[in-house]
Design a protein around this ligand. Structure first.
Ligand code: NDP
Length: 332
């Protein structure tokens, strides 16, 4: 390997390599497993948390230098020596960022039936991990009642947009925000009652006028969390799903935490995979069908090419993505 002369792209330029190695799929050793061709990979905020020194503990392992990144993905079986799978089957699960992968076992994968004929990429967003986060977290922790008021941050992303729609189906008053006019228009189209761009409008002022809040679905932490605490109703539920405003910059002080005591707040954090056993069947039974019938909406942004992963992770962290970000690695 070291003797092969390598060329590297100039910094700031993207080079597309057309001379991809051809793979002799028939002669790969599968040991009774199967070969998966990667079609789509998901770009999610939590990938930032995996970029840390391995000795720092977390709920998800750190990426290892020199090894491929991994994230949720959808692939198609291009060779199978496993009796339960056939060529053409589509699988959803954790995939390394490679064009082809060999798997000895089906464990950890979900066979996608897709009777609704949704684009496969949707199984990484509204019908995938982020949609499931919203679905499971909302059902488990919201204890919502018709007429109550909910505030949702990062409302245009796959988690926030699903929460807004679940809240609408439950008959709540919805306040939601996002970081661009385009995103704000999208969340308006989902049925949110009060929408605003938090970069140009003060969150605190909107909440002072539209609160008190019975539920806060927190995707960002930081100042928004503080503002929500300050206008919480007695007995409000704070669903701590994400704190993206702190992922790069580190923790931020929360000044209004005393409200948890003063207002009998219930603050519940969660990680989606700990709710999967309880909600997976329900989620896959209901959500793809509702998306297929147009009863739930989604929005996604597809970038082409494995070499775009780095830029896409940065864009997601900076809020420069316009919708759920996925990388299209290959056509079928
Ligand atoms: P998105 O695709 O919506 O991307 C994240 C968005 O967050 C950005 O597009 C940006 O939107 C917004 N954002 C970025 N930086 C900031 C900032 N400093 N302040 C406020 N907003 C910011 O994300 P998802 O819908 O996939 O995820 C939403 C949240 O849910 C994240 O915090 C994520 O970590 C969390 N999550 C938690 C899970 C769990 O198991 N608990 C599982 C999945 C996701 P904008 O333009 O609006 O600023």
């Amino acid at each position: 390997f070291n003797e092969i002369p390598r060329t590297y792209p100039e910094p700031g330029k993207t080079t597309v390599y057309d001379d991809k190695p051809t793979i002799d799929i028939e002669n790969l050793k599968t040991d009774g497993g199967f070969v998966l061709k990667t079609l789509f990979l998901s770009i999610d905020p939590y990938l930032r948390g995996r970029m840390r020194p391995p000795e720092i503990p977390s709920y998800v392992p750190a990426f290892k230098i020199g090894e491929p990144l991994e994230s949720h993905g959808v692939g198609v079986v291009v060779r199978s020596d496993n009796q339960g799978l056939k060529v053409g089957d589509h699988l959803y699960g954790m995939l390394t960022h490679e064009e082809y992968t060999i798997h000895r076992s089906f464990d950890g994968f979900r066979l996608l039936v897709n009777e609704e004929r949704l684009p496969w990429s949707v199984y990484l967003g509204a019908a995938g991990m982020p949609g499931k986060t919203a679905y499971a977290g909302w059902r488990e922790y919201s204890r919502c009642q018709r007429g109550q008021t909910v505030f949702v941050t990062a409302g245009a992303g796959p988690v926030g947009s699903m929460v807004i729609q679940l809240a609408r189906l439950s008959g709540l008053k919805i306040i939601a925000c996002a970081g661009s006019e385009e995103k704000v228009e999208f969340i308006r189209s989902l049925g949110a009652d009060v929408v605003f761009n938090y970069k140009t409008t003060s969150t605190q002022e909107v909440l002072n006028k539209e609160g008190p809040l019975d539920i806060y679905w927190d995707n960002v932490g930081g100042e928004a969390l503080d503002a929500a605490l300050s206008v919480s109703a007695v007995g409000a539920r704070f669903i701590e799903c994400g704190m993206i405003s702190t992922y790069n910059e580190g923790p931020k002080p929360v000044h209004n935490l005393m409200q948890v005591i003063s207002n009998n707040l219930c603050m519940h954090g969660f990680i989606v995979f700990r709710l999967e056993r309880q909600y997976d069947n329900d989620f896959y039974w209901n959500v793809p069908q509702m998306l297929g019938r147009g009863e739930l909406k989604y929005s996604e942004e597809v970038w082409r090419g494995l070499e775009k992963v780095g830029d896409a992770i940065l864009a997601n962290q900076k809020g420069m993505n316009r919708a759920k970000l996925v990388i299209k690695v290959a056509d079928e």
